[in-house]
Design a protein around this ligand. Structure first.
Ligand SMILES: O=C(O)CCC(=O)C(=O)O
Ligand SMILES: [Fe+2]
Length: 311
């Protein structure tokens, strides 16, 4: 029984990414690969259903238009044909740190809107949790109600196919939950982030802006492969662009020198691996029930440790 659940992966068919997309407003299911294909195939039908102006057509197309065109092309490459890791690596930028890649993710228009939302939330009265013990000014995206409508579909539809190609050895094909938050750095607030590894199998870190100098990420060794002479490389942030890396790849952030820096961090997790080995303590996890989403462990055994947790 145990080995069965250890080996059983979960799959979706490739068509999940492009077909059977329901447009509630027009009550039709469509396929969307490119805007040109979509226009050719559906414009007449949409016209009949009352989608008559160019603006209405653009609104229909814009469901994914917060994503940069290069990002959508990258995902398309990952889900169509039998492209291997080398084809995908050619489409992304390989950075100086080992197996750290960068690619455009969001449009700048979207980044600006997201920062505006985050600022409103920060200035509001709601009590706020913090993403982890290292950030005083971070914002957890589930507290903004962004998980269901934004991060979960982004992970399932777009990030999983990329992680699957780039990190098959880090369960890139089995990512089934996440913790998403925004970190913020500014001269009078948090300046930098200490050297650490993430509670994640694969991490995406997207720079949202605003304007800043300094604040580059630095990478060292993998947590479990510390070298005598540690490796060290720096990777700059570029607004709209994401960096993807293995969660266990040790890293930190250099001090910001001016301006304000906001980055969206998505720690992606695979229950199939962490259920057997906790990446934080390196032991078999002892499960403790918590309120909220927990850290990506699932309970196959019903063995839960009874301790008090402080929220
Ligand atoms: O400041 C950054 O861009 C990195 C943040 C980070 O590594 C983390 O929160 O895990
Ligand atoms: Fe990190």
């Amino acid at each position: 029984m145990e080995s069965e659940s250890r080996n059983s992966h979960h799959y979706v068919c490739k068509c999940f990414y492009t077909d059977n997309i329901y447009l509630k407003q027009y009550d039709i299911h469509v396929s969307y690969e490119t805007r040109a294909q979509f226009r050719k195939q559906y414009l007449a039908l949409l016209n009949k259903k009352g989608c008559v102006s160019e603006k209405q057509f653009s609104d229909v197309c814009s469901q994914d238009e917060y994503l940069s065109p290069e990002f959508r092309e990258l995902v398309n490459l990952c889900v169509t044909g039998n492209h291997g890791i080398d084809d995908v690596i050619q489409k992304v930028l390989s950075l100086s740190a080992e197996r750290v890649y960068s690619f455009p993710v969001f449009t700048m228009e979207f980044c600006n809107k997201l920062i505006e939302e985050l600022t409103n939330f920060e200035n509001g009265e709601c009590p706020k949790g913090r993403p982890n013990t290292m950030n005083k000014y971070g914002i957890l995206l589930n507290e903004l109600g962004f998980d269901e409508e934004f991060i979960t579909p982004l992970r399932e539809k777009f990030l999983n196919p990329i992680a699957q190609k780039l990190y098959p050895d880090w369960c890139g094909q089995m990512l089934d939950s996440h913790r998403a938050f925004v970190v913020k750095y500014k001269l009078s607030e948090d300046l930098d982030l200490g050297y650490h590894y993430d509670n994640a199998e694969v991490t995406l870190n997207v720079s949202l802006g605003k304007e800043f100098t300094g604040g580059a990420l630095f990478f060292g060794d993998m947590r479990t492969e510390r070298k005598k002479t540690p490796t060290y490389s720096e990777c700059e942030h570029k607004p709209g662009t994401g960096l993807i890396h293995r969660g266990q790849h040790m890293h930190g952030a250099l001090p910001i020198e001016s301006g304000e820096r906001y980055n969206l961090i998505i720690w992606m997790r695979a229950s199939s691996v962490r259920n057997y080995l906790c990446p934080m303590c390196n032991n078999k996890p002892e499960l403790v029930v918590v309120k909220g989403d927990g850290d990506g462990f699932t309970d196959n055994t019903n063995r839960v440790v009874n301790v008090c947790t402080v929220y």
